[in-house]
Design a protein around this ligand. Structure first.
Ligand SMILES: [Zn+2]
Length: 182
């Protein structure tokens, strides 16, 4: 063990106590929630979290080897802003609020649901990759929820898509993916 400080790959927290997992440096909090395969950990890292939002329960980090404490800490972190807002949102005084382009999100959901446009065409139309578009269509942020550590929680921000529209879009996406796999 060296006493050198390193920087957490998920939240940017610098500490001598940061640990290593699958070749990545993670702080004690992010380490506890990190998945165990490299595919999953890529997704985990993409979902960046602001190190300051983890501060107030960093002090519990030593305790969270125990599973029941994990749940507590996951709950404590909900509703805290991520460092990159979802498309259609922006940060205002560190709160997540709809951005000027929020209607484009609604248009995308509507168009996908009510027309037969392909994902490829729809993504090109709005300047996304197909995967980028799929991420938008599956993003719980748009119905006011927060995803953390693969669990969905009630967020503190304003939804821009109705739950009904969102659910219909999930059904259509599932059907599309089933077709592809058959
Ligand atoms: Zn971290």
């Amino acid at each position: 063990m060296t006493a050198q400080q390193s920087t957490c790959a998920k939240c940017g927290f610098s500490s001598e106590k940061n640990k290593s997992k699958l070749g990545l440096t993670l702080c004690s909090v992010c380490y506890q929630f990190a998945p165990n395969t490299s595919d999953e950990i890529d997704e985990y890292l993409e979902n960046k979290i602001d190190k300051d939002s983890l501060n107030h329960f960093r002090k519990y980090a030593d305790l969270i080897g125990q599973p029941q404490k994990k749940g507590m800490i996951t709950k404590a972190s909900i509703g805290k802003p991520m460092s990159r807002p979802a498309f259609g949102y922006q940060f205002q005084q560190s709160k997540l609020v709809p951005a000027q382009n929020w209607r484009e999100v609604e248009e995308i959901f509507h168009e996908f649901l009510t027309t037969n446009i392909s994902l490829r065409k729809l993504s090109a139309k709005h300047n996304f990759s197909v995967n980028g578009l799929k991420k938008i269509l599956k993003n719980f942020t748009y119905i006011g929820k927060v995803r953390f550590n693969n669990q969905i929680y009630e967020g503190e921000h304003k939804p821009i898509i109705s739950t009904t529209l969102f659910n219909h879009v999930q059904n259509k996406l599932e059907k599309l993916e089933k077709k592809k796999n058959n």
